[in-house]
Structures are given as C-alpha cells and as structure tokens.
Ligand binder design. Structure first.
Ligand code: DGT
Ligand code: CA
Ligand code: ZN
Length: 575
C-alpha cells in the first residue's frame, strides 16, 4: 500500500515548510492530509481522482500531488523543497524530538551538520546554556539519537502487519501453498517487530519459494532454500518463509510462533512426560514414534494442556494458568460496542460529527464519544468553553434524529502544569464523558507529573485517564511517572484507564493492562481516531488487551448503551 509513503511525504513537506517559516495554515493542511491518508482502510492507489478529492482534508491541489506520486513515484514540490533546504538540516530533523525550530537553530547558529556532531556536542554539554536550547534539551537529543538507532532494529506492529498481510495474500494468490499463517511476534501481536515470520504448507515447496523470492516487495534475497527462504523488503524488513509438511504444521506453528520462553517451557513439560517436541512434531522419547503435530490443539493436548492463545505465549504465567484450568476468556473485537475517544473537525480531526457517526454505525457500533481537544491545546484547534457547549448541543440534536445509535458528548481536556484542567467544571458537568490527558509540559519531574494525573482523577467530572505513559513507539519514551500511585487512585475512585489503540501509541502496554485488571481498574479501549479510517485501529487495542489477559468484562466499552451511561453517571457520585 502506498498510503504510508504518501502520508510520510506530506508530513515531511509540513516539516520542511515549517523550517522555511511558511504559512501555518498550509502546514496544518499537509499534516491533516497525512493523518487522513494514514488512517484510510483502502489502498489509495486504487482510487480515481474524484475519490481522492472526496477524501477528508484533500483538495484539488493535494489530490494532484497524490496523483503525481502514483504515476511518477515522486512529488515535484517535495523534491524542490528538499533542494531548497540543506540535507544536513533534514538529517537533524530526523532525530525524534528535534522539531523544525530546534533543527534550524542547531544548524544555522551552532553549525551542527550531522548526527555524530550533534551527539558529541550534547554529550559534552556544549549545547545547554546556548540561546534557544532549554535545560533538558540535551538529554532529549541524546535519547532521540538512541531511539533513531533502536528504531532501525524494531518497527511498530502497525507498520509491519499490513506488509505481512499483503505478502501472505500474494502467496495465497500466486503460489501453490495450501495453508499460510503469520507466526513469530506478529502472531503474538507484540507492539514492535524485528522480523516477519511466515509459515506455509505445500507439496510443491520449490514453486512456493520461487514465487516468494520474486514478489514485488522484495529488495534483496538473503537465502533461497526449499524449507526456508529469507528476503528483505523495500521497507527494509526481513521476512522468513518456512514451508513444512501438512503433518508438521501444528508443531511448526507452535515452534515459530514462540515466544522462545514459552517454547522452552513446553519442551520441558514434554521431556518430563517422556516426549520430545520440535518443529516437526511431538514424538515418544523411547522409540521416536510420532504422536501428533498436525494442528496446534494437538500439541497442547498431548502435553495435557488446553489451547493457549498466541497473545498469551510469553511465559508470564500462561502455562501455570493452563495447568490449573485458569486461562482467561479473552476479549475479542466483536465484544467492542463503541469508541470513547474520537476527534472531529471541530478540533484537529478530519471528519464531521455526522460522518463519524455514520462510519461508526456502519461498523456495527452502538455509540461513540466525541472528545475534541479543549482550550489549552491551541495547536490542535482546542475548543473554548462556549464551543464545547455548542458541540454538546449539536450532538443532542443529531441524537434526536438517530435510533439504535448514540453519540456521547465529551471532551479530551488537558491537565495543565498547575494540576488544573483547561475547562471549568460547569462545562464538564454538561458532558457525558470527560477524558483527561497531558499534552504539554510532560518533561516535568516525576512527582509533579504524577500529581497532575492524581488531581485530574480527583476531579468529579473526569471519567477516563488517557495517554498515561505518553509513549510514541520509536519516537518518545514513556513519561517518568509513578504508575503505582496513579493506579491506586484509579482503583479507589473506579475511574477508567484508557488503553490507547493507536498503533504508534499503545501507551498502556500489556503489563499495565494486566496490572489494571488485577487491581480491578476498569479499562476502556479507544482509538483516539482523528478520521473515520482510524476506527480500524481498534484491532491493535484489543490485541494489546488480550496480551494483558483482559476479558470483555474488564473493558467498559463492551457495555450496551444504557449500562455504559449508567456507569459513567455513577462515577460522578464518587467524590
Ligand atoms: P521478533 O524479535 O519480533 O522477531 O520476535 P520473534 O518472537 O518473532 O522471534 P524470532 O523471529 O527470532 O523467532 C520466531 C520464533 O521462532 C520465536 O518466537 C520462537 C522460535 N525460536 C527462534 N529461536 C528459537 C530457539 O532458539 N529456541 C526455541 N525454542 N525457539 C526459537
Ligand atoms: Ca520474528
Ligand atoms: Zn485524543
């Protein structure tokens, strides 16, 4: 899919325009367009020009640029901008956390020309104290450089999964493979992926491998064999394909799904029971007689275990739970009845409220909450108190025309550095749901940051805490906060923790999700959608929930509409 590439170019153009000090509206238009394209479920290269212009945030001019890219593989305006701006400056901009302004300053005033220079200066404390360089900037620059390096090793699942699915689809279409499955960390839905593992069965392995190493995504062939081949895609991701016999499929799937730690536990269990397990099957130790391995259930059954879902296979207690018959019944996408964190055009989203409602209803949802940014977040078009109330009125009136689907009025308020919210209680009390998060000043120290969240939870109208860790995969590490303390306050008040499904955020990982469940903290899984296409990200949120052992009962947006509203109301009588 070209979507990701085009969104990347539009984001780059926005950065370059910002460096040039171009018109902020123009810059924002590019960012909005990028965001809309990134969220599309459909392949942009299959769209007609009229369809392009019909996309949210895309006018004639941007549609023309997309068209140009699809035909020529280039966008002239982008190429020109890159020529105008020194390459060394663009390099500095690639460091996570270094924005256009800092990059310009480093480049022009401090004459920094490459990442090695930058690292040396930051390490030698040569930057702090200089005008325009804030106290913590040095530290953040070093973190950014480190992340840039790490980012090359592991990619976010949200980037890798579409590529893996596409490869599997093409193998299915063009090769004589019978069964095809993704394996490895992708099948376990880990948040970042080192390489893609694919498993197939076939009696014509030679042909399957030939198709594989000649796929259009292949950039380089590392190994071309009968049982295993490896390629590197044009995006730089390694893909291993293994072809096995039908009778080994289950055993191989267990083996290559991993995790390694889980496999080791299975092997120990097998040995203790006088069996041997490997990627070919499960055998009796004494005479090597094949006992099974055709499907995964087979393997677990022979070990005396129920089937264990791939998301749980991390050796974090799943084997013990399986032995005791205590495996959790995991939440599924079908359990989700709505999305409780959605942005409309009123703030920085790409769609109108009606468009969002229509798209959500089409997915079979019963409700969504419109939670636009509020005042404090000027850059994201945050709404004033008057606008928040206006939007709530509009939602009421739209609801009158709906049946079987309901819009919830809400807001995503910003918890300010002084612990207060950027919206008064009199406004918040008129809304169905209030999501509170930190969007600025997140470089405060641990105690201050922690207290900001605690204060927000104490506010009687706050229902959900979002972006608790604030991490952005490959770009920003988690905030330094005392999670224990925040969780304790959530437990006390019964307020909910948001598991953000946006694949580059997933700021509540499986460990925190599991901890929330153990403490009895209600979880909501929300996409933070900024366009209708982003509703699809729910998949990643649910997967992370599953990795955190969550069942439908642990997640509040599995409730039906009356029960959900009742729960939200009940939170307001807490304090
Ligand atoms: P990653 O790092 O995102 O690629 O994570 P995985 O889990 O996909 O790791 P990978 O690609 O190295 O290996 C795929 C699976 O193959 C892994 O989950 C378990 C299995 N495996 C790999 N090496 C070993 C090993 O030395 N022993 C055992 N028991 N299993 C292994
Ligand atoms: Ca892998
Ligand atoms: Zn949001």
């Amino acid at each position: 899919m070209k979507n990701h590439q085009i969104a990347g170019i539009f984001n780059d153009i926005a950065d370059l325009l910002e460096i040039k000090g171009d018109n902020p509206f123009r810059i924002r238009a590019y960012r909005r367009a990028a965001q809309g394209i990134e969220g599309l479920a459909d392949d942009i290269s299959a769209m007609t020009d009229e369809m392009l212009v019909g996309l949210p945030g895309i006018g004639k001019d941007l549609a023309g640029k997309i068209h140009e890219f699809l035909i020529t593989g280039k966008v002239t305006a982008y190429e020109k901008l890159k020529e105008e701006i020194p390459e060394s400056l663009i390099t500095l901009l690639s460091v996570p956390g270094v924005g256009p302004k800092t990059a310009r300053h480093l480049h022009d005033s401090l004459k920094v020309r490459n990442i090695a220079d930058l690292e040396r200066l930051a390490k030698g404390h040569k930057l702090s104290g200089l005008p325009g360089i804030k106290a913590k900037t040095e530290e953040n620059i070093l973190k950014g450089i480190e992340m840039l390096r790490r980012g090359r090793e592991r990619q976010p699942l949200g980037r890798v999964l579409p590529i893996a699915n596409e490869i599997a689809r093409q193998l299915e279409k063009a090769s004589p493979a019978r069964k095809i499955s993704l394996a490895g960390s992708i099948r376990r839905w880990k948040d970042t992926i080192r390489d893609i593992d694919i498993l197939a069965t076939s009696v014509e392995s030679l042909k399957v491998m030939k198709v594989f190493v000649n796929l259009p995504v292949v950039h380089e062939v590392l190994m071309h064999g009968l049982a295993k081949s490896s390629i590197v895609t044009t995006e730089g991701i390694q893909v291993d394909l293994r072809v096995v016999e039908e009778e080994s499929y289950g055993a191989a799937l267990v083996y290559f799904t991993g995790s390694k730690a889980h496999n080791i536990r299975l092997r120990e269990m097998a040995l203790r029971a006088g069996m041997k397990i490997n990627e070919y099957g499960i055998f009796r130790e004494s005479d090597n007689k094949r006992l099974g391995g055709r499907d995964e259930e087979d393997v677990y059954k022979l070990l005396g275990l129920p089937y264990i879902e791939p998301e749980l296979r991390e050796d974090t207690g799943e084997i013990e739970a399986a032995i005791e018959g205590n495996l959790p019944e995991l939440i599924g996408l079908k359990d989700i009845r709505g999305d409780l964190h959605v942005h409309s055009r009123m703030s920085d989203g790409s769609n109108t409220i009606e468009e969002l409602a229509t798209a959500a209803e089409k997915r079979g949802y019963s409700y969504i909450a419109i939670t636009d940014h509020t005042e404090g977040l000027g850059i994201a078009g945050g709404l004033s108190a008057g606008k928040v109330l206006e939007e709530a009125e509009e939602i009421k009136s739209i609801n009158r025309g709906l049946s079987g689907f309901r819009l919830l009025s809400g807001a995503e308020v910003n918890i300010k550095s002084d612990n207060t919210l950027d919206m008064p209680d009199e406004v918040l009390k008129k809304l169905d749901i209030v999501v509170a998060s930190i969007h600025s000043g997140f470089r405060q120290d641990r105690e201050k940051l922690t207290n900001r969240f605690i204060s927000a939870i104490r506010n009687p109208y706050v229902s959900v805490i979002a972006h608790l860790t604030g991490r952005l995969l490959g770009e920003r590490d988690a905030y330094d906060i005392d999670i224990e303390k925040v969780f304790e306050m959530l437990r006390k008040t019964g307020k909910a923790l948001e598991l953000n499904a946006y694949p580059l955020r997933l700021d509540i990982n499986e460990t925190y999700a599991k901890k929330a469940k153990e403490m009895g903290i209600p979880v909501v899984i929300s996409t933070d959608a900024h366009s209708t296409g982003h509703f699809d990200y729910m998949l990643y949120g649910v997967a992370t929930g599953r990795r955190g052992w969550l069942g439908a009962a642990d997640v509040r947006n599995t409730l039906n509409t009356p029960d959900l509203l009742k729960w939200l109301k009940s939170l307001r009588s807490v304090m």
